[in-house]
Design a protein around this ligand. Structure first.
Ligand code: ATP
Ligand code: MG
Length: 167
């Protein structure tokens, strides 16, 4: 935990690994499969088979996807009456960057939450620290990408981030 907070303030240049985001996503879905099953969440991926490799810090970018997946799963904890689905998609962004999209069918994003959720230490969770999204945004921006959220029209949230080529 302290390590994660430190990471936010360190502003160290990210490592420049040559990496395939699909592989990073697949590793995480294996890692979170049991947790998803326990909460009756169906975990799905739609990965672009032509996804270009990008340069970036594998550990940091995987941390971003993990944070978004955990948030999506948390958001579905108390929703009843509709299927709990976490969908992770990848696609090309521009000519050689990538975009990752994490979509849930959870409680969704109220305007008050959208306004503050990227702030450090903003949390609505009893056990939350409120650093996940602010750390994630700083990681993505250090890769010259963008991280944002949009409401999902039929309920839930969609978080998207880009990793430009050669960032
Ligand atoms: N997918 C989502 N659906 C609905 N609300 C969300 C979602 N992701 C984040 N939020 C809201 O944004 C807040 C901040 O998220 P963030 O990841 O920064 O912190 P956290 O999850 O509360 O704590 P942690 O530091 O453990 O990640 C959450 O407490 C929640 O209210
Ligand atoms: Mg979080």
């Amino acid at each position: 935990m302290l390590g994660r907070i430190r990471l936010l303030f360190k502003k160290e240049a990210p490592a420049r690994d040559w990496l395939n985001m699909n592989e990073a996503i697949q590793e995480l879905t294996v890692f979170l499969r049991g947790e998803a099953m326990r909460h009756r969440i169906s975990l799905k991926t739609e990965l672009d088979t032509d996804l270009p490799a990008v340069t970036g810090d594998r550990v940091q970018l995987q941390q971003v996807v993990l944070n978004l997946m955990m948030n999506g799963m948390d958001a579905m904890r108390e929703t009843a009456g509709r299927p709990k689905e976490l969908l992770i998609r990848s696609c090309k962004e521009g000519s050689s960057g990538v975009r990752i999209i994490v979509e849930d069918t959870g409680v969704g994003l109220s305007p008050e939450i959208v306004e503050k959720m990227f702030d450090p230490f903003f949390t609505t969770k009893r056990q939350g620290i409120g650093m996940g999204l602010s750390i994630s945004r700083s990681i993505v921006e250090s890769h010259a990408g963008r991280l944002w959220a949009v409401p999902r029209p039929s309920g839930g949230a969609v978080f998207e981030f880009t990793v430009p080529a050669g960032s």
